[in-house]
Design a protein around this ligand. Structure first.
Ligand SMILES: *Cc1c(COP(=O)(O)O)cnc(C)c1O
Length: 366
């Protein structure tokens, strides 16, 4: 450990940093390629919402003006669309920033946060940064989140539970029945966060909306993003919804201008872009079915997904497969970081990208 790390707050030096998907430019340079498909970060294969783009183009000339810190117009638009109390909404610089804000608002040093393993690593990083103890509850053998085991891990010190639904990286969901039984037994001193970054991709009628439990008065927060289905990962806009008193705590410490001017304008327009939303979910649905079919043909185990990505078992050392796939111009997310040394998480792309991936995978595994 370097001498200067002693200057960090307690616990910071032990945190493992977030591992982002490998950038296209790096792979182009390393392998001398001109065409690379990135299926590693669950980005939208159709680009950004066209309505959002158009609105943002029109706003470029006002970039000398600070954004509206309270996001009034965007908040009103979302509150009307979802029929929720505008005082129960807070926007951030992407959902990742909202997750940090939740951990900062609710976690005292020594308190416990519970999450599934594997799940989204920002939950862990932000909780550890606050000096909280992180309890990781392994997913079941079928990769679904084990709510019974999470409930068993709850004690007097538990403050926060992050439930990623659908879960990243497994692509699985918790059903309404499971969630309601769970909530019935959850003590009042626990705040339950539903991360719904991928909710628009779910078709399953047994999928529960976290908002129903906010409306029912539970200590529940729902966090969402414009990065995935609206294709706006580059402008960073996400939000949380909950009881105004819970959200009020978050608003006290949020950065004054966390959601930038273009992001607010783009997000308002995106909320009207139902046509794009349908187009995206149709492409993803078709892509998922295609990939299932191809994995079956190749005899590769996979996990049925409710999202725009899925887990597949290549049955070979994924670190090697990861490099070999790059040579073929395809970037996936190797799952050894989640202790799954032969698995990959692959984002569903356009049909052309999906075919390129399958072709490359067949070649690499041959
Ligand atoms: C992508 C993702 C987010 C974060 O999205 P932002 O780009 O920060 O808005 C949050 N949670 C999960 C599970 C994600 O996969």
């Amino acid at each position: 450990m370097g001498e200067r790390q002693k200057l960090f707050r307690k616990g910071i030096a032990e945190i493992k940093a977030y591992v982002p998907g490998k950038p296209i430019e790096d792979v182009m340079r390393e392998f001398g390629l001109t065409e690379v498909v990135k299926l590693a970060s669950n980005e939208n294969p159709l680009g950004p919402s066209p309505k959002a783009l158009e609105a943002m183009r029109g706003a470029l000339d006002s970039l000398n003006i600070y954004p509206d810190g309270a996001c009034l117009a965007l908040t009103k638009k979302l509150a009307d669309k979802l029929d929720v109390d505008p005082d129960g909404i807070v926007f951030g610089n992407g959902e990742d920033n909202i997750i940090t804000l939740i951990s900062k608002t609710f976690l005292n040093e020594g308190e416990e946060m519970i999450m599934a393993d594997p799940s989204f690593s920002s939950f862990e990083i932000s909780a550890r940064a606050m000096g909280a103890k992180v309890i990781m509850v392994p997913v079941r053998p079928d990769f679904t989140t084990d709510l019974d085991a999470i409930l068993e891990a709850v004690n007097d010190k538990t403050k926060l539970i992050y439930l990623c639904n659908p879960n990243n990286p497994t692509g699985t969901i918790c059903t309404r029945d499971e969630v309601e039984k769970f909530l019935d037994k959850l003590p009042d001193h626990v705040v339950l966060v539903f991360d719904e970054a991928y909710k628009e991709f779910v078709d399953d009628p047994s999928y529960p909306e976290g908002l129903d439990y906010v409306r029912a008065g539970h200590n529940v927060l729902v966090s969402r993003t414009f990065s995935k289905v609206y294709g706006l990962a580059g402008i960073r806009v996400g939000y949380a919804i909950g009881h105004p008193e819970l959200i009020g705590g978050m608003k006290r410490i949020r950065e004054a201008f966390a959601t930038n001017r273009l992001a607010q304008i783009g997000a308002i327009a995106a909320l009207d872009d139902d046509e794009f939303l349908k187009k995206v979910t149709d492409v993803i649905r078709e892509g998922r079915e295609y990939l299932y079919q191809e994995f079956e043909r190749m005899g590769l185990p996979y996990v049925k997904s409710h999202t725009n990505f899925m887990m597949v078992d290549t049955k070979k050392d994924i670190k090697q497969v990861f490099v070999d796939l790059q040579r073929e111009g395809v970037i996936v997310r190797p799952a050894h970081i989640w202790n799954l040394p032969t698995w990959a998480r692959v984002t569903v792309g356009t049909m052309e990208e999906n075919r390129k991936f399958i072709e490359a995978l067949e070649k690499v595994l041959a």
